[in-house]
Design a protein around this ligand. Structure first.
Ligand SMILES: Cc1cc2nc3c(=O)[nH]c(=O)nc-3n(C[C@H](O)[C@H](O)[C@H](O)COP(=O)(O)O)c2cc1C
Length: 160
């Protein structure tokens, strides 16, 4: 199986997940940032990691999701300030899947990712702070070892 790991990460949270995914895939699996990502059609499995911005996959990842349309096997993973399992997080993952319309999404995973404190200050000052702001305090220190274990469990189900 020829696999590819693509990710976008500003502050390193999603990168940690990407490294964990890559280590669990066959030796020699290529990992790259979304800016340098090759044509997904050349791979049997593409794992894409993104972070949430404005309730959606970050813009660069959204662009790559479009390129995944109709792909035969995709694994999606993400980090966010919102509580895992919240409507906000679930809707963002659904958005990712719809951007990659027709792709066979074999599995998904997402978890908290610590939010840059400067960003938190900015969003707190908004007249209408985003819904995920209250959850962000619990994101401090994530992703943690338990998040990475849960990620591996989700990935292993895909590789079975
Ligand atoms: C500009 C900006 C917008 C964000 N918007 C959201 C959002 O809409 N929902 C959310 O849950 N988290 C949001 N976050 C938090 C990030 O998704 C989260 O901290 C993520 O783990 C960052 O991943 P990274 O370290 O790989 O860059 C935002 C962060 C930034 C910097």
């Amino acid at each position: 199986m020829k696999a590819l790991v693509v990710y976008s990460s500003q502050t390193g949270n999603t990168q940690k997940l990407a490294e964990t995914v890559c280590e669990a895939l066959p030796a020699g699996t290529q990992m790259c940032v979304v800016d340098d990502a090759p044509d997904p059609a050349d791979y049997d499995l593409v794992a894409l990691g993104f972070w949430l911005q404005a309730g959606k996959p970050d813009p660069k990842s959204s662009g790559y999701l479009e390129r995944l349309k109709g792909h035969k096997k995709v694994f999606l993973f993400a980090t966010h300030g919102a509580r895992p399992g919240s409507d906000h997080a679930n809707n963002a993952m659904a958005c990712a899947q719809s951007l990659a319309e027709g792709a066979a999404v074999a599995g998904t995973f997402s978890c908290h990712g610590e939010v840059n404190p400067k960003v938190l200050e900015k969003v707190k000052a908004k007249p209408q702070p985003p819904v995920w702001l209250d959850d962000a305090a619990d994101a401090v220190g994530h992703p943690k070892a338990a998040d990475l274990d849960n990620l591996l469990t989700a990935l292993k189900a895909v590789l079975k």
